[in-house]
Design a protein. Structure first.
Length: 384
């Protein structure tokens, strides 16, 4: 719904879906002239027990009702507060839990084939045996490895802004045996930015093999020569400026920048959403700078260890913030819908409930940041 503060309930009636508008005024939720409730959950519970009758006489049962997950950016505070509340008195589930569990029940892992990843020759190239790329979105290496193999555990991911097809590549952290494949992919895709959201070692376990040379050094990875031009250690991330070229195309190389985010624990979330937003701002500023120079901008490569949890969380926030900017914050966003879209490109994106909850808080922090920069872009979050 595009009426500020209002919601919609949807339920199947026969072979059709009926949409019922919920008015939200003065802190109360109400359908038409029915009873008013202090929360959406109370309203839903009431109508699960009491059917409605449309003007046409058709009976509408909300026993299978669900709340729309889309909302206007200016209502983010209200949305987060609603999702924080327990929806279930017996089990105490919050709205965040329910939305995430809906995603888990609607899993995409069985919708698409992953045959290439399961071939005996390719199994050793997968960091985790259960994190495999879909065939229909996987990156196929144009230049086979020494055994003639074109496989890499990586998927193209679309953005939502028009013209952003294959804007990202989501991939796993390199294994020692896949570093050459990784650089072959960077070269063929003409990628200029790598976002690395992991440390090499975490809790005593290897999360990603080092795939770049030390500062001032040059290393040959398969057919791709990589030179580390500069390396700057920051509080939140390490910035590396690399230069790569193909051995058969000397003098036709290009720069690649890598941002290694250091403060995001595996299966967890950053302590402060602003830390990730600071990284994202720097990454997107660099992307704009590259595009404004007229250079071809290949897919942005994002990886953590498995390439689904932290990677998926970063990409979803980046997609939604770009959509809000594109639409001037005037159209609805759908966090659950964006995660679902991502999971059609690579299964398991956004791996934990904590990461799903973090999406909302990161988007809330982004909106608040934009409000503080230019109050004229927004109306007050409080419903008028």
């Amino acid at each position: 719904m595009h009426s500020p503060g209002n919601f919609v309930l949807s339920t199947r009636v026969g072979d059709e879906v009926s949409h019922v508008k919920i008015n939200h005024k003065d802190g109360s939720f109400q359908i038409d002239n029915g009873p008013a409730f202090r929360s959406l959950n109370s309203l839903i519970d009431y109508y699960k027990e009491n059917d409605m009758v449309e003007v046409s006489g058709r009976v509408v049962s909300l026993r299978q009702a669900y709340c729309t997950t889309s909302f206007l950016p200016k209502h983010i505070e209200q949305r987060v507060e609603e999702l924080r509340q327990p929806n279930d008195e017996l089990f105490g589930k919050t709205g965040f839990e329910e939305e995430y569990q809906q995603l888990q029940h609607e899993g995409t892992q069985h919708l698409y084939t992953r045959k290439e990843a399961g071939k005996p020759l390719n199994r050793q190239k997968n960091r985790f045996k259960n994190i495999l790329p879909f065939d229909h979105t996987r990156v196929v290496l144009a230049e086979p490895d020494s055994s003639g193999n074109t496989y890499i555990n990586a998927n193209y991911v679309n953005g939502e802004v028009p013209g952003s097809n294959n804007y990202y590549i989501a991939t796993q952290g390199c294994l020692p045996g896949t570093i050459n494949d990784f650089w072959s992919m960077v070269w063929q895709e003409d990628s200029k930015i790598i976002v690395m959201i992991t440390n090499e070692i975490e809790r005593g376990k290897n999360k990603c093999a080092r795939y770049w040379p030390s500062k001032g050094e040059t290393t040959l990875y398969g057919n791709i020569q990589v030179m580390n031009i500069d390396e700057i250690q920051g509080r939140l991330y390490v910035f590396r400026k690399l230069y790569i070229e193909h051995v058969s195309k000397k003098g036709r190389g290009h720069y690649v920048v890598q941002y290694q985010f250091k403060v995001w624990p595996d299966h967890g979330v950053p302590q402060d959403p602003s830390h990730m937003l600071d990284l994202m701002d720097d990454v997107n500023r660099k992307a704009l700078e590259i595009q404004q120079r007229g250079e071809h901008f290949g897919p942005m490569i994002v990886h953590c260890s498995a390439g689904v949890g932290r990677t998926g969380t970063y990409i979803v926030v980046d997609i939604i913030t770009k959509m809000m900017e594109y639409n001037k914050f005037e159209y609805e966003i759908d966090v659950q819908g964006s995660v679902q879209m991502l999971r059609h490109h690579r299964s398991g994106m956004v791996q934990t409930e904590d990461q799903y909850r973090f999406l909302y808080y990161a988007i809330k922090a982004y909106i608040e940041r934009r409000q503080s920069l230019n109050e004229a872009l927004y109306v007050n979050v409080t419903t008028k």
